[in-house]
Ligand binder design. Sequence first.
Ligand code: ZN
Length: 370
Amino acid sequence: MTRSNPVLPRLLPVLLGALLISGTAQAGEAASAPAPVSPAKAAAKAAAQAAAQKEAAKPETAPAKEAPAAAPTAPTAPTAPAAPARVSDEELRQRLEARIAAVRAAQAEHKPAARKPAHVHKAAAVGAGAVAVAAHAAAGHGSGHAAPHWSYGGDGGPAEWGKLQSEFSLCGSGKRQSPIDIRGGVKVDLEPIRFDYRPTGFNVIDNGHTVQANLGGGNSIEVAGRRYELVQFHFHRPSEERINGRQFEMVAHLVHKDPEGRLAVVAVLMDQGKQHPMVQLVWNSLPLEKKEETMSPVPIDMNLMLPEDRRYYTYMGSLTTPPCSEGVLWLVLKQPAQLSAEQLAVFAKLYPMNARPIQQASGRMIKESN
Ligand SMILES: [Zn+2]
């Protein structure tokens, strides 16, 4: 028994090769090859997909889960252990060239699908090597194209925003700006916001102003007869909005857009308390570098981002970051969610203060749920 062992490792590659060629591969005891499905086939499929479309793999075709080691998108394919029996050098070279061309095209275009990353799916995220460089996700948070630097203090601070460039002028001159101190609301039977959220793949980016999660499609709200799709959410510390003068530890802004481009932002205020599992999911995927997106390996369920009580305040306001566009429907949930002291500390380390000062309410109508 001990004598025959040294022979096995030498025989294994031959056996494996034979099995792959016959197309009826079975894993046997080859512990290092976790995939009973042909990994070479999986690699070929992955490479072809990557080359064909920059908007990456559809979940049902992504082979990633079965063959994590065999589906590299980086140009390291020639050393992939699974491939040699079936893929010629020439084929690999062609695939690499196609892949590089696709990446170049995406860069030249300079507007990848970051705004609405339909490609962010669990399966794709696992296999694709977790990191995708993408442009600034625009919806709701400043357009980012060659914009002058704006910040929350000093030069470029909130008092200067309106003067930084003409597109930002509303930040200085707007009369329906956000955030506001919410008080004196008219108490009525507000219709409930109809949340239609489901577990969804997402990317996380530190865009230099906040930590933001960009979501795949399929999440929406319906309010006042209009349907808005959830595009992204991000955080501020402390909360930008106040309720009767009170500021909260943090706030999450869930930015929704309707087909005409109108925005509705659901604000979830956050107090210190117990750990928040969905916030943790976002923190888990914090990118190592600013302005680079990291795909979460796990989908997020936005229902769990919301507090139990969904009553809310509502008023018309603006984006709270340049360009401070107005006509934004604000839906501020009354009940704060909770996150732990440790979770607060994670964000505070990145952004100790990223809240725009309170703006004049100027007699705007504020309604609140009974
Ligand atoms: Zn915000």
